[in-house]
Design a protein around this ligand. Structure first.
Ligand code: AHR
Length: 326
C-alpha cells in the first residue's frame, strides 16, 4: 500500500462506517406495509457498461433471494424514458420503487408522482437535485457513493503522482447526472489549490467507452501539451487509453490516467501500467437497497443519506482486488 492509498483508506474508513447516518427521520413520506413479499420496481438508467450490468445483477439477485417480484426497466440512456418507466411502475401498483436517476433535474417529476401515488422511493447510486426534492421528505433515502469525495480522492492522488505539476484533460460523465457534477466539483476543487496544475479542457464522454475514446481523441489533438487524463469512469478511461495509443503515445508514461469505478478492465489497466489509479464506486446495491426497504416497512428510522463504503485502487492493490471485480 502506498502512502497515498493508506491515507485514502483512512479517509474512507473515517467517512464510511458501512453506512453513514446523517440525520432526521422520514417525515410525510408514504408508508410501506409489512408483508411477506413485495412487488418492487427498479428503474435502471442504461445498461451499456459493466458497472450497470453489475448493479442490475445485484438488484435482480437480491429480489430473487428474498422472493420479491421485481418490475425492471432500462431507460436506455433517456431521462424521458426513465420518467415514463416510473409512471408505468406506478400504474402497475408496485409497493416500492428503487430508482437510479439518470440526471439530477428531469427525474424530479417521477419522484414526486410516486410520492403522490403513495409509493415510497429509494434513490440508489445517483441522486436528484436536492433543492427540488429532498431525501427524508420527498423520497425515503439516497443510498450511494459520495461522488464529491471520489473526485477529491482522484485529485489528491494526482497531486502526489505529478508533484503538483500537470496539464490535465477531464473527460466528464453524462451531462446533468449527479456523478458527473459531483466528481467534477471534487476534483476541480483540489486542482484549483495547485497553481502548476491546469485543466486544459473538460468535455463529456457520456460515461461510455466509445464516446470517451472519441472525446479523448479530439482533446489530445487540440491540446498536445496534455500529460494527464482524468476520466469520470473507467469505461471512458479505457476509451482514452485507445485514443492515446492511436496517437502514438504511451498511456501511463506520456499521459497519466486517473479514474473512478474499479471495474475489471480498469484494474487490469493499472496492472498493465497503463492507468495510475481508480477510486472505487461500488455498484452492488441489492443487499443495502432491499434491507433499507424492509427496515422502512418495520418502522425503523431510515437515514436520509446512506453512503457506501468504497476503496481506492493503485498498483499496490489492483492485482489482489481484480478477482472480486466486475
Ligand atoms: O452513477 C455511477 C456511474 O454511472 C458509474 O461511475 C458509471 O460507470 C455509471 O454508468
Amino acid at each position: 500500500m502506498t502512502s497515498i492509498t493508506r491515507r485514502m483508506a483512512l479517509v474512507t474508513t473515517a467517512v464510511f462506517a458501512g453506512v453513514l447516518a446523517t440525520g432526521a427521520l422520514a417525515e410525510g413520506l408514504p408508508p410501506l406495509k409489512q408483508k411477506a413479499t413485495y412487488k418492487a420496481g427498479f428503474a435502471q438508467t442504461e445498461m451499456n457498461n459493466p458497472w450497470r450490468l453489475a448493479q442490475t445483477a445485484s438488484m435482480k439477485d437480491e429480489a430473487a433471494k428474498l422472493g420479491w417480484q421485481l418490475v425492471y426497466t432500462d431507460a436506455a440512456g433517456s431521462a424521458a424514458k426513465q420518467v415514463a418507466d416510473v409512471n408505468s411502475m406506478i400504474a402497475q401498483g408496485v409497493d416500492v420503487i428503487f430508482l437510479s436517476p439518470r440526471e439530477e433535474k428531469p427525474l424530479i417529476p417521477a419522484v414526486m408522482a410516486a410520492k403522490k401515488a403513495g409509493i415510497p422511493v429509494f434513490l440508489i447510486d445517483r441522486n436528484v437535485d436536492q433543492s427540488l426534492a429532498k431525501p427524508g421528505v420527498d423520497y425515503v433515502s439516497f443510498i450511494g457513493s459520495d461522488f464529491v469525495l471520489e473526485g477529491k480522492m482522484a485529485g489528491e492522488w494526482l497531486v502526489k503522482a505529478t508533484n503538483g505539476k500537470a496539464n490535465i484533460l477531464e473527460i466528464e460523465g453524462s451531462t446533468g447526472s449527479s456523478p458527473a457534477n459531483d466528481r467534477k466539483t471534487g476534483f476541480d476543487g483540489v486542482i484549483k489549490e495547485h497553481p502548476d496544475m491546469k485543466i486544459l479542457a473538460s468535455q463529456t464522454g457520456n460515461f461510455n467507452r466509445d464516446e470517451g475514446r472519441k472525446t479523448a481523441e479530439a482533446l489530445l489533438q487540440a491540446h498536445p501539451e496534455a500529460n494527464v487524463i482524468y476520466a469520470h469512469n473507467d469505461e471512458m478511461a479505457i476509451g482514452a487509453i485507445s485514443a492515446i495509443e492511436a496517437a502514438g503515445k504511451k498511456p501511463g508514461k506520456d499521459i497519466l490516467i486517473v479514474s473512478i469505478d474499479g471495474e475489471k478492465d480498469g484494474l487490469q489497466a493499472i496492472i498493465d501500467g497503463k492507468m495510475g489509479a481508480t477510486v472505487e464506486c461500488n455498484p452492488r446495491f441489492g443487499p443495502a437497497a432491499f434491507k433499507a426497504a424492509m427496515d422502512y416497512a418495520k418502522g425503523e428510522k431510515i437515514p436520509p443519506i446512506m453512503t457506501n463504503k468504497d476503496n481506492f485502487y493503485d498498483v499496490s492493490n489492483a492485482a489482489a482486488s481484480i478477482a472480486n471485480s466486475y
